[in-house]
Design a protein around this ligand. Structure first.
Ligand code: BMA
Length: 329
């Protein structure tokens, strides 16, 4: 039995694995939990992040508007399934007005570190880069310096310092629908200046694990276990009809997370349902958040479906690690 290092969260959403189901991740039966028109202005609500907050949950939601501009909105839930999303986007405060200029904001992650909730997102500042801000209460939000120069996407913080430094995974990219991309690890003393970059994982060329041959990117905040950091990530293949986004996982060394102990050869989840295969961008599943319960080892994933709606899926730390070890590259 592997152990999740973290809090007990006995009230996370949960459904048992269906009888005879073979894959390591199973879907919530009433998916999608958030529909495309969840707020009056939205065209789509997907690729969103949630965390435990007070006696329920809070989140940062990617809502693309009916003019199809991308922004992030705060939301609240008692049960993690039924969400009330604010009708106006998050407004960040900063003393520096240059920072607040934005072309777009999308694909948020939320990470509680020490005393506050840090939000990272893909921030349009002369192209995509990693924005960072924080909140204590999901009412007031403060923006910090962008972590990197453009171009970068998928900034994902670790939930504690490692070797005395804050740590972040990211995926350097280009200014468009990037046709390449590996995962890197960066370190910081203050969450402002990032360096000591390490390469974590590359795409897999050729035919061996082709679902992750074009680009990969970190998903939810890495889950600390007694065997290492459990990272769930997305992997992309280029087909004659465009990109297909699937999910994989890896186990990273606990003290040197740029060292990969296991990495899934087979994907752990692939678009199969109507709401994953049909939408604004078909055949996309894109995980951005996980809730975990240390007592039971349960993991609840929040993932964007076809760039249109938001789904919920379940697994456990043992289910995922057993599958990973049996199917590692
Ligand atoms: C990526 C990001 C994601 C999106 C995905 C599939 O480049 O823009 O937000 O889900 O493409 O379209």
């Amino acid at each position: 039995m592997a152990k999740i290092i973290g809090n007990s969260l006995s009230n996370i959403p949960w459904q048992e694995k269906p009888e005879g189901y073979e894959m390591p991740i199973w879907r919530y039966k009433s998916n999608p939990i958030i529909k495309r028109n969840a707020i009056p202005s939205s065209n789509s609500v997907f690729n969103s992040a949630v965390v435990p907050f007070k006696d329920g949950y809070a989140g940062a939601f990617r809502c693309d508007s009916k003019s199809v501009s991308m922004d992030i909105f705060a939301g609240f839930s008692k049960d993690g399934v039924n969400w009330e999303i604010e009708h106006e986007p998050i407004v960040f405060q900063s003393d520096n007005t240059e920072l607040l200029k934005k072309e777009f904001r999308y694909d948020p992650r939320i990470c509680f570190i020490e005393d506050r909730y840090y939000i990272t997102w893909c921030n349009g500042y002369h192209g995509p880069t990693i924005g960072i801000g924080y909140t204590f209460d999901f009412k007031e939000f403060f923006q910090m310096e962008n972590a990197f120069l453009p171009f970068n996407r998928n900034g994902v913080l670790f939930p504690r310092m490692i070797n005395g430094k804050y740590a972040m995974l990211s995926r350097p990219s280009d200014n468009g629908h990037t046709p390449f991309g590996d995962i890197y690890y960066s370190q910081s003393n203050d969450l402002e200046y990032w360096g000591h970059h390490r390469h974590v994982m590359a795409t897999i060329p050729g035919n061996d694990s082709a679902w992750q041959s074009t680009k990969i990117g970190p998903g939810p905040i890495p889950i600390e276990t007694d065997e290492g950091w459990l990272l769930i990530y997305h992997g992309v293949i280029t087909t004659c009809n465009g990109f297909v986004y699937r999910m994989g996982c890896a186990l990273l060394d606990i003290n040197e997370p740029w060292k990969v102990k296991y990495r899934s050869k087979d994907y752990i989840m692939t678009p199969t349902t109507d709401y994953e295969c049909i939408g604004d961008v078909p055949n996309v599943i894109f995980p951005c958040a996980a809730l975990t319960d240390a007592d039971t080892g349960r993991i609840v994933l929040y993932y964007g479906c076809a760039d249109t709606v938001t789904g919920l899926a379940f697994t456990t730390v043992d289910t995922l690690l057993d599958y990973l070890k049996a199917n590692s590259l």
